[in-house]
Each structure stands twice: as C-alpha cells, then as structure tokens.
Design a protein around this ligand. Sequence first.
Ligand code: SF4
Length: 710
Amino acid sequence: MDRYGPTPAYTPEGGWEMGEPDKLVKTHCCFCGVQCGIQLKVKENKVIGFEPWEEFPVNEGKLCPKGVKRYMQNEHPDRLKAPLMRSESGFREADWDEALSKTVSEIQRVQQTYGKDAVAFLGGASMTNEKAYLNGKFARVALGTRNIDYNGRLCMVSAGAANKMAFGIDRSANPWEDIPKAKVLILAGTNVAECFPILTDYIWRARDNGAKIIVIDPRITPIARTADLYLPVRPGRDSALAHGILHVMIERGWIDETFIAEHTNGFDEVRELVKEYTPEHTEKLTGVPAKNIIAAAELWGTAETSMLLHARGIEHHTKGVENVLSYINLVLATGRIGKPGSGYGTITGQGNGQGGREHGQRCNQLPGGRDINNPEHRNHIADFWGINEPDLPGEGLTACEIIDAIEEGKIKALVSISFNPLVSIPDSARTRAALEKLEHFTTIDFFLSETARHADVVLAGSLQEEDEGTVTTGEGRCVRLRNSVSPAGNARLDWHIIQDLAQRLGAADHFNFENAGEIFSELTRASAGGPIDYSGMSYERIENEMGVFWPCPAPEHPGTPRLFEGGQFAHPDGRAKFHAFPYRPPDEDVDAEYPIFFTSGRVVSQYLSGTQTRRIGALVDQYPEPLCEIHPRLAERLGIGEGDRVRVSTRRGDIEVPAQIVKSIRPDTVFIPYHWPGKKAANRITNRALDPISKIPEFKVCACKVERAQ
Ligand code: SF4
C-alpha cells in the first residue's frame, strides 16, 4: 500500500461491508476477449462487488484472477472526473465547453494550415462495437482525414489479414464449445492460461476427453506444463516449424488429398515449398528436435478431429501474416475444418479484439468489414452516410506509421481514445519524441495514462461499466454490455464526447444519436450485405440468446457459430487458399554484439498497457513489477543470481529489472512482460520493424545482451 499509493481496491473507507446491493447487472468482464459473463453488484451508483453469472454459457460463472478484481477500478481516486487542459504549471480542470472548443479550434487550425490528413485519430479495441463504428465515421465524415487506425494494430492484425487471405473472412472458424470435441490441439504461440484464461477450461475438457495437446512456444507457459508434446521453438522461426511438420505429413500421407482437391487452391506451391524442410533441416532452423517434429506431424496428421489455436506468439513478427498462413496450411492439409471439433481459432487479446476490428476504425476498412479501396464498397458506405464518394477519404497510415509520421512532422495533431502508445508501441523513446512534436493532442480517457500526460486536452471519458453497447468475443459472438453506473463526477460517455466534437466540427447532420442503441442500429444497417454482416441482430436478440454469432444477415437468421461447414469458404470461388511463404529470419537476429533473443508478453494479473490493472492493488500484489525471466544456464554463464538486477540492452535502449531464474524458458532467450511505463517499459527495447502486410511490430523477437547491473 505504501509503495503503490492509495488503492481503495484494498479496503474502501468504512470497510467492504456495504450492505445489500441496489441491483445486480448482468454484463461482461472487460479484461480480455473471452468476455466472461459477470454480474456487477451496484449500490448507490457504485460498483461494490460481483456475483457469478452462471447462466452465461461461455464461462458458466467462472472468472480468472483479473475478472474477480475488475469491479475494483470503479471507485479509483485516479479516475478522471472532469476535462483537463494543459497550463504553464501542468494540467488544470476545465469545463466541457472550453475543452471541446479548444480541441475543435486546434483541429480546424491544423487542417486549414496543413490539410485534412495532418490530423490523425487513434482508437482502441477494448471499446464497444458502437464506439468502433463511431470512431470510423467521426474520422472520415467529421474530421475528413484518412489517418485513422487503432491499437488492434498491435494485437490482432496479422491473424486478421491471414484469415482473409486463407479463408476470405476474418473470424475464428469455430465456437469455443468445439474445443472439447477435438482429439488433438495445436496451441501455437498462445499463452492461453495467462492471456485468455477461461479458455484453459475448454482445453482441459478436451484433455479429459482424451485429446493430445501440442504446445509451440519458446517458453514453457502454464498451459505447456500440461502438454503432451512441447516444441520449444527458437524465437522467430515459427513458419519454418510449420513447414517442417507439413513436410512430414505429406511424406507419410497424413493429408486429405480429396479435400485439398475439392475445396482449396494453391497446395502444389506449398507441397513444393516444404520439400526442403526435412525434420533435420527444420531442427537446425528452429531448435526443435527432429523426432519431436515427426511426433507432432503424426499426432496432428492422423487425428480424428483437431483444432489449431494461435495468438501473438506467432503473430507479433515482421512475418506475422506468413506465420499464421503457414499454420493454417496445416489445418487445410487435413481437411479438418468446418466440423464439430475440427477447425481453427485465433485468440484475441483485447476486450473487443474481434469487434474492434470489424466496424471501420482501421485505416483500410469501412463498416461491415468492407474494403476502403474497393469502389463498390466505397460507394455503398458513402451513400449510406449521405456523403459524396470522393469526399470519403482513402486508405491512411497504420498506428505505428501515424506515430512515425508525427515524428517526421507530417501529422501535426492527434485525437485519441483509450490508446496508450507510450507503453504499448515498441521503441518508446521514439514514441515520446513524436508526442512531443505534436502541435495539438487531445485524448479521451478515464485515467491519466502515460500518453495522456503529453496531451493538451484530456477529455474525461467513460469506464466500461458506465456505458452500454456490444462487444464481439474471440469466437465471433456479439454480446451485450449493460450500463451499471453513471459516469463519475463530470465525466461523460465516450460516444457523447465524440458526437459533441463532430457536431462542433459541422457534421451535426450525421451525428445525432440519442443513445448507444441508435448507434448499434445504424452499425447493423451499415453492415448489411458486407462480409461482416450484423444486420439481423438487435439488443433484444443478443440478450435473449446470450449472444449472436455473425454473419447474421436477417432477424430470422440463427447466426453462424461455425464457419465453413461443408468446405464452403468465403472467397468468391468458395475455396480456401494455401499460401507458400518460405521461412525468412526476423528483422533483427542475434549476432556477436547482441547474442541473446529478447521476447515480451503478458502476465495473468495485468492487462495491456496496465492503465487499469496497475491501479488495482490486489492485482499489483500478484506481480508487482516486471521481471526478466532467464534460464539457470544462461544466468550462471553471466554471473546472475535470483533477484539480481539485470540490464537488458538492445539497439534501441536498455531496461533494468530483477532477474527471475526459471527453467521454463529457452537458454538462449530472455523474457520481460510489457505492462509497465517509463524505465520499467519492455517496449523501450523492442523492435518497431513492421510486417509488410499487417503492419504489426515485431514485439516477439529481437537481439539483446544481458548483464548484471551494477
Ligand atoms: S478470462 Fe478474460 S474475460 Fe474472463 S474473467 Fe479473465 S480477463 Fe475477464
């Protein structure tokens, strides 16, 4: 308590006993894309606790360590309760009219001086579908800028791009309830137990049903400890390993030639590509013993039913899309997709990682998952919004590119919401330099994040429990968030703030929503006929049915929990596509100067950039500060003992943290979680090199040196 400041999460004044709640609100946990059902206990407009929501089918009342503490953020003393404006001595409180007027006048000044695209907008993927839709419309119709993107660019975009390339649509293929029906699971680069915790229960149920579990990861993550086969891949070699497994499957005849011929394109190129990835060659590339590559191929190739699940471990790379496509090749080669217990799932990181990328807040996308470069799609949305197609901006820069363009002086003003790039984007010194160059920066947030401290105007927005709307879970199920309490103090609902800005910018005709339900209604109509079709959904249906899976193109349509049944894929010819990308090394590989791999990730008690979870004392207690995981052999060689402070340096900077000596990491690799700011930020040293397709940074591998700090 002394160390982390006043966190009433421990014990509020007067103790915990606050009597019977006024109401129980059925809603969802905000801390990952499982979106577990939870009932918040509300008394006198405060969230005072929770009850399990056992009827919600995904988690049946279960919650992880973050879920049981999520209610504690509501009454935090750091909560922003009024707009702030920068003054010579720091921030001062302002009234809404002054703060909004300042923002609007600065946007207008910058756009008149430098052009519309000199203002950028950055959104978040933990917000509701309604806000994701509103952000896209606000940027394109009210700001008229092409430079809008979101923090899902740091999260799901490699998976999303690969899904579209392989299947023609961007969504997990199966509902989670298919997982326990699988007889073999591959978990590739997914620390499920810490990052998507409740899904662990589904994997354990599969194991109880006799499933074999293959885990591919440079670290023995908690789920790997119960795996039947663990493949400790060398960081940055994931696609080589997938090619090696497929090589063996083809050689031994463990593929479905009939399915491949009838339902896919491109296999011949892949067959040719993987010829050179013999088990021995693959072992040299990946560090995984040849016999285990063969064992994985046999388990996967001969399975009766199977599912592939993957996450950032294979996606956070300069070849993230190629990695995902290489693993999807393993699925398509068996023909086991679109069936109960057989298919594919991509684990989302953020609370609305799926829905946040569907409704138009990406630089290349319009509502309904439409393509901003497709003339038909552009005309459709321009018509729907009542603007001329030439006035609809084209494709803009991605999130990291926006930060770079600010640093280069091409973008002069930024409006952001629920995005903390100073902690979450690699090479934080560069991000800080960019923020300091802005002529104007307005941010909407509920806590003063590290990034918000660089703003000129901070607009006090809303916590998840203060608003209502929908989110779409990692399995493609759209669920309903209920309002539990009203915004604290003089804070406002996020969508009110965006709409107010739009109206002041002269776009009142396009922004006159009375409530979140009206935004959802417009979102569903905008999506009609698009690849991501929500037009058959309503709040009432979503509540009554405990969520609805898209596509759902009509009110009488049941929704689509399982995609690709009957081998029908979403490409125009109905076929899935294999992709043949040769393995290529990471952007920055180890060398004599920087001989150790560095990788980053999460811990179970923290969420994303930590803005919320670093303020919940009971979560801070579980993992108070970043530690550097290091194998005993490497530690011994470097003269490092448990708890010693170590300096980890890369070409971008260094970080000093205590060592945690563990056998659960490769001896050539060290790991530091990324949830902390400033001198504790792992992203001080990570590599901002981008995947050429998804534009995701290479968080998961770069070259470092490690030494004992003096
Ligand atoms: S698994 Fe995710 S949604 Fe469920 S309680 Fe944990 S953090 Fe919340």
